[in-house]
Design a protein around this ligand. Structure first.
Ligand SMILES: [Zn+2]
Length: 502
């Protein structure tokens, strides 16, 4: 029979009383072991005593136990019980894998195939959040530049990028191609030529590398960049005055749009239909609990998008995509906090952060000293052995026990280091997310939406034929919802304080 050990952990006093209690964790882990044919050799319980920093004495004992008994699996309730960030997660995992022990989660589908590893990676912690933060900041700075009229993308035909020294460059008019663009706009605005006819007039005059296609001309005629406007979806959707010089006048651009609209009226709107189903994955059937999926149905003249249950004969009636998403946005709106709440959130977190940073620094100095000491101890053990004072077996045992101490202490140290983010950026990001949930969702890609939905509704969102059921929210939003009812600034603030003591 395969063997396993179980590692359970609570990090705060609070957690010892809720669903994450050591007992619940142990129970689920044992059940997992039973269902998967593991004999449980030992159970490790890491009970956090202070809310501040966790103690990891059991982690060391667990690692020692693995070295000695080489169990087939280490079972945890959730991946986050093992480590709070990805780096530590893989550090600990590496240590147990070395002796042939694999990691298993009682409540999550992690495994050794690529899909399982991907899930494990996401679950393992903050790497994902870190990435989100990074792309948000890039986006923010891109957005700021775009708002100033800078063009950050491929330069449109008729312009060229010219270096202005010190790694910067600016968009300038390309004389030959620029003149062609102006000519194309003027010809088309007369309404006397089709796009192809315009193309056939200008192309013969162009050098091979400058020749145009109908597709390109079509895009050119719709691009407000040529009248000096920078318009970027999600950054400057209404357009701002660009830093570059225009090739045509706004009047000419408008005339061209009129000609375009007259020739190809409704086609534009039809091409904008988005065939995606962003809520797939988060929505669950209120009658049978299955995940809802999305499909297109063919009507007589139009296609309809709707979400539906996959169980045949289920009481769930197909839900139009537009209705589902409109009501979903209303739900996001309802759980988003008011601005004043977000402000107090920022104040409290910043304060808490400062206090923590100080004590963390003290702690990390101590841990670094401790690691150095263990290394010295190792040298002493090796020296004694060389001098013949201990036999080889004893020496080997001592050294591997010291190695495990290094792993456990380093893990503690690294868990301190994860607090060492750019605090202000992180706080601003969280606050931004809290306040602009709806907007962020609307502007996100399908993949980003899925991530966001998972953060806000960790256990999915149940939908019946009438409405969404009151969802189980992530802790932060749950507290906001509870305190939103009372308008009191202070109540909200106290709740945030309580939350972030952990
Ligand atoms: Zn159903």
């Amino acid at each position: 029979m395969k063997t396993a050990i179980i590692y359970t952990r609570v990090s705060t006093v609070d957690q010892a009383t809720d669903g994450y209690s050591l007992m619940v964790q142990a129970r689920d882990c044992r059940k997992y072991a039973e269902n998967n044919g593991y004999k449980v050799l030992k159970l490790f319980k890491e009970a956090g005593e202070s809310a501040k920093l966790m103690d990891r004495t059991q982690l060391l004992m667990m690692l020692d136990y693995c070295t000695k008994h080489k169990p087939d699996a280490l079972i945890v309730h959730k991946v986050d019980r093992l480590a709070r960030n990805t780096e530590n997660h893989y550090y600990i995992k590496g240590a147990i894998n070395k002796v042939g022990t694999v990691l298993r989660s009682a409540t999550e589908p992690i495994s050794d195939d690529p899909a399982g590893e991907f899930i494990e990676n996401i679950l393992a912690g903050t790497a994902q959040f870190d990435n989100a933060l990074r792309s948000w900041r890039t986006k923010m700075s891109m957005e700021a530049l775009t708002q100033k009229g800078r063009w950050l993308f491929n330069v449109p035909y008729g312009y060229k990028l010219v270096s202005t020294g010190d790694n910067k460059s600016k968009v300038f008019i390309d004389p030959e191609r620029g003149a062609t663009v102006t000519q194309i706009f003027e010809l088309f605005a007369t309404g006397a030529y089709t796009q192809t006819e315009v193309l056939n007039k200008v192309n013969p005059l162009l050098s091979t590398s400058s020749k145009l296609s109908t597709h390109r001309v079509n895009r050119m005629l719709r691009n407000p960049f040529y009248m000096g406007i920078v318009r970027v979806k999600n950054m400057a959707p209404d357009g701002v005055r660009g830093e570059h010089s225009p090739l045509i006048s706004p009047e000419l651009f408008v005339s061209v749009q009129r000609v375009l609209a007259g020739k190809r009226g409704e086609k534009i709107s039809r091409s904008r239909v988005n065939p995606d189903f962003p809520l797939r994955g988060v929505l669950q059937c209120g009658y049978c609990g299955r995940k809802l999926t999305g499909s297109w149905s063919k009507g007589k003249s139009k296609k309809y998008a709707y979400y539906h249950c996959t169980r045949t004969g289920c009481a769930f009636k197909s839900l139009p995509k537009t209705k589902a998403e409109k009501e979903f946005i209303q739900l996001l709106d309802a759980i988003s906090p008011q601005k004043e709440y977000v402000e107090s959130f920022k104040t409290v977190i910043t304060k808490t952060w400062k206090i923590r940073t100080h004590s963390i620094m003290q702690e990390s100095i101590q841990l670094n000293k401790r690691i150095k000491q263990i290394h010295r101890d190792k040298e002493a053990v090796a020296l004694k052995n060389a001098q013949g004072a201990t036999d080889n077996d004893t020496c080997k045992q001592l050294l591997s026990s010291l190695d495990n101490q290094i792993v456990a202490t380093t893990v503690k140290l690294k868990e301190l280091v994860i607090e060492d983010y750019d605090a202000q950026a992180l706080i601003n990001y969280s606050a931004y997310m809290l306040e602009h949930l709806t907007k962020i969702w609307e502007r996100s890609s399908i993949a980003q939406k899925a991530t966001l939905q998972k953060i806000v509704f960790p256990n999915g969102l149940i939908r019946d034929n009438q409405s969404y059921r009151t969802p189980e929210l992530s802790p932060l939003y749950a507290i906001i919802r509870d305190s939103n009812g009372s308008k009191s600034h202070l109540v909200a603030r106290r709740r945030v304080e309580l939350l972030f003591q952990a």
